[in-house]
Ligand binder design. Structure first.
Ligand SMILES: NC(=O)c1ccc[n+]([C@@H]2O[C@H](COP(=O)([O-])OP(=O)(O)OC[C@H]3O[C@@H](n4cnc5c(N)ncnc54)[C@H](OP(=O)(O)O)[C@@H]3O)[C@@H](O)[C@H]2O)c1
Length: 242
């Protein structure tokens, strides 16, 4: 049976992915501060706490190997950088960047990723288009992206694939909390659609995934006409943030 490990599996994109793999007959282990859905085996962990991570890794070292590991948990802090508490911004780095690095190091050291398995990292479309009002979040996701890219090259001996996912706005609590109050939630991607797209990319051993046509167009514009997307995001998001 395929074994899947997902961080941040109690809500949002992680919960949708857990549900997708459960429906496909996989065994799913979810890591979160909150309990995951009943059929997911929940491992409680506050990922910003190095000691909690150590304890989690000790538990995982005793488990059978995982075929798929998805580093999905992440947080966002929005607003002008100079006006946001630096502690809150450093927590973004701890959860979005440091935790996946430590978890990956521990899992690889304990040889818990199955031969031919997949490590997936949930980055963000901010990698292509920037993110005014969430510069540290964007930095954490860029760091994760470049880490994944270089790591991929070194995992040849176990034939592992590394996938980096660049979701755009997705209908979750995090997107709601990070957006201006008048935002249209219906325009955001359904997490179940994103989860299915991620599972396909994992199955096909893709290296990257920008899910959905709209996100692909936006990513293209961000790479080729950065001032245009930056101006758009400044007007649509940054200037409307409380
Ligand atoms: N939603 C979007 O539009 C969007 C776009 C691009 C990228 N992403 C990325 O996609 C990933 C999932 O986002 P989402 O929108 O699904 O977020 P979400 O709805 O907030 O769900 C994230 C889950 O991770 C958990 N979590 C957060 N911090 C944790 C910690 N320190 N330790 C353990 N668990 C923790 C959350 O628990 P609590 O709720 O209890 O904190 C929650 O259950 C994130 O990396 C996010 O940056 C999201």
């Amino acid at each position: 049976m395929t074994r899947v490990l997902i961080t941040g599996a109690a809500a949002g994109i992680g919960a949708a992915l857990a549900e997708h793999y459960l429906a496909a007959g996989a065994e799913v282990v979810g890591i979160d501060v909150a309990p995951c859905a009943p059929k997911v085996r929940s491992l409680a962990c506050e990922l910003s706490e190095p000691r909690a991570l150590e304890a989690l890794l000790a538990t995982l070292a005793e488990e059978p190997e995982f075929d798929i590991v998805v580093h999905n948990a992440g947080i966002n802090v929005t607003g002008a950088f100079e006006k946001t508490p630096i502690e809150a911004q450093m927590r973004v780095i701890a959860i979005n960047l440091t935790a996946p690095l430590l978890l990956t190091a521990g899992l690889l050291k304990a040889e818990r990723l199955a031969r031919g398995g997949t490590l997936a990292f949930v980055s963000s479309l901010s990698h292509q288009v920037g993110y005014p009002g969430a510069a540290v979040y964007a930095a954490s996701k860029d760091g994760l992206t470049h880490y994944a890219r270089s790591l991929a090259v070194t995992l040849g001996p176990i034939d592992a694939n590394v996938l980096t996912v660049f979701p755009g706005p997705t209908r979750t609590a995090q997107a709601r909390e990070a957006s201006p109050p008048d935002s249209d939630e219906s325009a955001r991607m359904d997490p179940a659609v994103l989860a299915a797209s991620m599972a396909r990319a994992i199955h096909k051993r893709q290296r990257t995934l920008v899910p959905g046509l709209g996100n692909k167009v936006f990513a293209f514009l961000g790479r080729n006409l950065p001032r245009l997307t930056e101006r758009g995001m400044r007007k649509a998001i940054y200037e409307k943030l409380p």
